[in-house]
Design a protein around this ligand. Structure first.
Ligand code: ZN
Length: 298
């Protein structure tokens, strides 16, 4: 009986002893936990590789932070952030296929003001069915039909530039497809808002149009330089573009339909013009009464 009780005592003692040790362990791990709480969650190496791979599969993802396959235009970046500094964009290097002309044809319309609108691309003459190629290596972000562009392809390139190919009669690529410079992407045509078959070609960087002739010589069919120096000067054309938009009354409308409460001076203020100019254009007097639904030329 003595033996049994002494064994029992030893067991109890051992239990309390180890329980104490156990408590200590718990406490230590708790302390550790509080100290590690401030350390950010670390993705293990394997997870990290997957994460990077999924993002690196989209060209210039770090610049855009998006891969939008629905909207043709990416949100425009704020040019004022450029200040006078120059950002250099590498157009071709040893790791890419460089530049290949999307189509060799006469330039029928350049970048700039055109018939009271601003033309954000360059038009190359072609026949419907002529093969159109990618200008640089990249990945297809847009391949769809649009009202104005017709059948259009937008390719994003690893330097962040995007090239547009519009009015196509046929699209031969799919969204997400990787293409190389010179690869056939579609056939030229006359779809969308187009007068006669031609290729409307645009160059954009973070949504902002760039004059394609700043990048490419369409007479020599080669790059102007291996790099493009982006600066405030690149976007000087915007002053002219804004004037056109203002003259048109914004949002592309050339007329204003009179609504309840409208006055000539209020309309003039709205569109950045003068009452006098509106009167002259519309053969009105400053005292003329406006009718609801009346169309005012801007
Ligand atoms: Zn065009």
């Amino acid at each position: 009986m003595k033996k049994v009780s002494s064994i029992l005592l030893i067991v109890l003692f051992a239990h309390t002893l180890f329980a104490g040790v156990g408590d200590k362990i718990v406490k230590t791990s708790k302390e550790k936990k509080t100290t590690t709480d401030t350390v950010p969650y670390v993705i293990n190496e394997e997870e990290m590789m997957d994460y990077n791979d999924s993002l690196s599969s989209f060209p210039a993802y770090e610049l855009y932070c998006s891969w939008d396959t629905a909207n043709i235009h990416s949100p425009k970046f704020d040019i004022t952030t450029l200040k006078d500094s120059i950002k250099e964009i590498v157009l071709t290097d040893a790791y890419s296929c460089g530049y290949m002309p999307p189509f060799i044809g006469n330039v029928t319309s350049g970048f700039g003001p055109r018939r009271r609108v601003f033309h954000y691309g360059i038009d190359l003459d072609l026949e419907t069915g002529d093969a159109v190629g990618a200008a640089f290596d990249g990945k297809v972000r847009i391949a769809k039909k649009s009202k104005s562009y017709g059948n259009v392809i937008v390719i994003r390139h690893s330097n962040g530039m995007e090239t547009y190919y519009a009015h196509l009669s046929k699209i031969n690529v799919e969204v997400g497809q990787e293409v190389y410079a010179g690869e056939n992407i579609g056939l030229g045509g006359n779809t969308g808002r187009s007068r006669g078959s031609h290729l409307h070609f645009e160059v954009r960087y973070l949504g902002q149009p760039i004059n394609p002739t700043d990048v490419i010589s369409f007479t020599e069919h080669k790059l102007i330089s291996d790099t493009l120096a982006l600066s405030k000067k690149t976007f000087d054309y915007m002053t002219a573009a804004k004037k056109i938009v203002a003259a048109k009354g914004g949002k592309g409308s050339k007329i204003h339909v009179v609504k309840k409460g409208d006055t000539l001076s209020a309309i003039a203020r709205k569109y950045g013009t003068s009452t006098k100019a509106l009167c002259q254009k519309n053969k009105l007097k400053t005292t003329s009464t406006l009718r609801l639904g009346q169309k005012i030329k801007l």
